[in-house]
Design a protein around this ligand. Structure first.
Ligand SMILES: Nc1nc2c(ncn2[C@@H]2O[C@H](COP(=O)(O)OP(=O)(O)OP(=O)(O)O)[C@@H](O)[C@H]2O)c(=O)[nH]1
Ligand SMILES: [Mg+2]
Length: 375
């Protein structure tokens, strides 16, 4: 087996190579802190103790190299996606990279789904979506690494498919890779190790191998940055608003045609044509509190006048970080239950007996997808 272990002189929290020379460079650790075990870099220390933002990210090439490396090892791949941003956090082409290695798809953060959720239905839904995306997975498991839901099934699946091999945990930034491994360490070992986790994407910087008792390892990896996720584009304050911290409460809007919903100044949903019907908005509580309904003919003027103010987040400063909106024209066919998902923001479910024509406006590059309803 050729698993590449990080060197001993690496941060045990994020995997970065340690150095004591330059405080403003990555991997810095003061000389006097080097003697501690386990050693963590100053950045990890600050994230853990002062909840500081980590702003360093891995670019696509680095990530591809890393995935490629996983494909050349004999290992089990655990790919994590965030249930709140399923399309946005799914790794494109994962099967190709995993090579012959089996892939378990772990759908994390299910604690964020509405309280009454049929999980079996979601497992079936995920299996269908994975198949459509051409992803071959040996098992789909739902869990919440943070709230300890479904974790026994994650362990069972890993044990079932590992066969003595090492386990690579991969996924987009912020899906909960390090949180999941921390739970494994805490609940299933006596190791004195803890990976750094944070609310901000881009926390883990390099491979971190946690030894298993049979000589293999479970390996945390840096997340891939997908700039098609709104959560990668907004400023830190707005990120806090986008990420739900409690189960989402679906909000039902009865709309007539030619009515518009603004999600602050982050996106806009125009119900262009169709009979009066209900749309269910699934977003964080903070964004739910920023939804404004208006008539379609007034929407442009309202945006011109009130973006960054009444229509926030983002505020005026945050607005400058976002690219201008582009339009997505969507037709929900008669009799279909479909979701319109706006990566990082959430989704709007149209349970349309009668069909609907919709236009979504979202910052350029943000992934907008139509899918069969998840719930
Ligand atoms: N609600 C909820 N939040 C979670 C869950 N798992 C992780 N999180 C949160 O998601 C954020 C990111 O978690 P990390 O474990 O740092 O994610 P990561 O995939 O390691 O991220 P990178 O290192 O940036 O690639 C943190 O704020 C976690 O608390 C979960 O099951 N439910
Ligand atoms: Mg991490």
């Amino acid at each position: 087996m050729t698993v590449e272990h990080p060197s001993a002189a690496a941060c045990s929290g994020c995997g970065v190579a340690l150095q004591t020379a330059s405080p403003d460079q990555l991997g810095y650790v003061p000389q006097k802190a080097l003697g501690r075990t386990p050693v963590i870099c100053q950045r990890c220390f600050r994230i853990r103790h002062y909840n500081e933002a980590s702003s360093i990210t891995l670019n696509d090439d680095d990530f591809l190299r890393l995935l490629h490396q996983v494909g050349t090892t004999e290992s089990l791949v655990v790919s994590i996606v965030d249930v709140f941003d399923f399309e946005g956090s799914m790794i494109a082409g994962l099967s190709r990279f995993a090579g012959k290695n089996p892939v378990i798809l772990v759908v994390n953060k299910i604690d964020l789904l509405p309280k009454v959720t049929n999980y079996n239905r979601i497992v079936n839904w995920v299996q269908r979506q994975a198949k459509e995306a051409g992803l071959r997975v040996v098992q789909v498991v739902l869990c919440s690494a943070k709230k300890n839901m479904g974790f026994d099934r994650v362990i069972e699946a890993i044990e079932r498919f590992r066969g003595g091999r090492s386990v690579y945990v991969v996924g987009a930034t912020n899906v909960g890779k390090s949180t999941l491994i921390n739970r494994l360490i805490r609940d299933y070992s006596d190791l004195d190790a803890e990976l750094t986790v944070s609310q901000y994407p881009g926390t883990t910087l390099d491979l971190v191998a946690i030894p298993l008792d049979d000589g293999a390892s479970i390996i945390d990896t840096p997340g891939i940055v997908y700039r098609h996720r709104l959560t990668e584009l907004v400023c830190k304050k707005d990120l806090g608003a986008l990420l739900p911290d409690k189960p989402i409460k679906p909000l039902v809007y009865q709309l007539n045609e030619r009515q518009t919903l603004f999600f602050g100044g982050l996106a806009r949903f125009d119900f262009e044509r169709g009979e009066r019907q209900s749309f269910t908005v699934n977003v964080s509580n903070a964004i739910a509190g920023s939804v404004h309904r208006t008539k379609l003919e007034r929407a442009d003027a309202l945006y011109e006048e009130h973006r960054g103010g009444l229509l926030s987040p983002p505020d005026k400063e945050g607005l400058e970080l976002l690219p201008p909106w582009t339009k997505h024209s969507i037709r929900i066919p008669r009799g279909m239950k479909q979701d319109i998902s706006i990566s990082g923001l959430g989704w709007i479910a149209a349970s349309s007996a009668v069909g609907a024509d919709i236009t979504v406006h979202a910052p350029k590059g943000v992934k907008v997808t139509v899918r069969d309803s998840i719930i």
